[in-house]
Unconditional design. Structure first.
Length: 112
């Protein structure tokens, strides 16, 4: 899993590439989300446009991220999930918990 963090105005974008699973990747993502909170960045988008696979641990990471940001007074949105990943969100009934957008641009604009 590769992580890239960029800033688009008041929105922090964490772009992921590869497969989102547990292990060291989980620690890195949690740390990045906590760094955003510590830095006062409350608008966060997780860009999944280059993620091919998410397992149950990866789903847990996203749920944890949404909850952590919400508890800190911020919002975390999901962008660019493939149809396969969107279907996974539907099957697991997580789609209502995560605010999702087809593109990164739509997700960033939604904070305005």
């Amino acid at each position: 899993m590769e992580f890239t963090t960029t800033q688009q105005g008041t929105v922090t974008v964490i772009s992921l590439a590869g497969s989102l699973m547990g292990g060291p990747d989980a620690t890195t993502l949690v740390r990045k989300i906590n760094e955003c909170i510590d830095d006062g960045k409350k608008n966060l988008v997780i860009d999944l446009s280059n993620v091919q696979f998410i397992n149950s641990s990866g789903l847990g990471l996203l749920i944890n991220g949404v909850t952590t940001m919400k508890n800190a007074g911020g919002r975390l949105k999901i962008a660019g999930a493939s149809m396969k990943i969107q279907n996974l969100f539907k099957i697991t009934r997580l789609e209502s918990m995560m605010e999702q957008y087809l593109t990164l641009q739509e997700a960033v604009k939604s904070f305005k």
